[in-house]
Design a protein around this ligand. Structure first.
Ligand SMILES: [Zn+2]
Length: 142
């Protein structure tokens, strides 16, 4: 999304993984009505923001302390990616409430670039990525 009511392609920097994070390239993405809503101004005056928040991806890079994923893993990514280390989440509270803000875990598009990109960033990779069977793409093609 270049600006409100102006959706198109633009060049963006490859995101950088922090120690808990991963960088993915999309394998499959699902445009959603929320992307349309945002593109018409529903999330405020965003400019040069990459849309998309629902994806299957391939891991291309992980942060230094990520344990469960590595380069080449294909993973499912939830549209909401909470900061699981946050104190209130550790106490069992929802990431979209209290001190964190109404949409705090909805980071793609609202808080950072989304998944309709050559590469995209996922915070807290060990908690926000999910393994999936490697045979899934072959089933789609048959
Ligand atoms: Zn959606």
């Amino acid at each position: 999304m270049i600006s409100i009511n102006n959706v198109g392609w633009f060049e963006a920097e490859k995101p950088v993984a922090g120690p808990f994070d991963a960088i993915l390239r999309p394998v499959a993405v699902a445009p959603c009505s929320s992307d349309t809503h945002v593109s018409h101004g529903g999330a405020g005056p965003l400019e040069n923001r990459i849309l998309g928040h629902e994806s299957i991806g391939e891991v291309v890079e992980v942060g230094s302390v990520v344990k469960n994923f590595k380069h080449g893993n294909r993973v499912i990514v939830n549209c909401c990616t909470p900061d699981w280390e946050a104190p209130l989440l550790q106490d069992g509270f929802d990431n979209n409430a209290h001190d964190y803000g109404f949409t705090a875990s909805f980071k793609f598009v609202l808080g950072k670039d989304g998944v309709f990109a050559e590469y995209y960033h996922v915070n807290n990779a060990d908690a926000n990525l999910f393994s999936r069977p490697m045979t899934f793409p072959q089933r789609l093609r048959s």
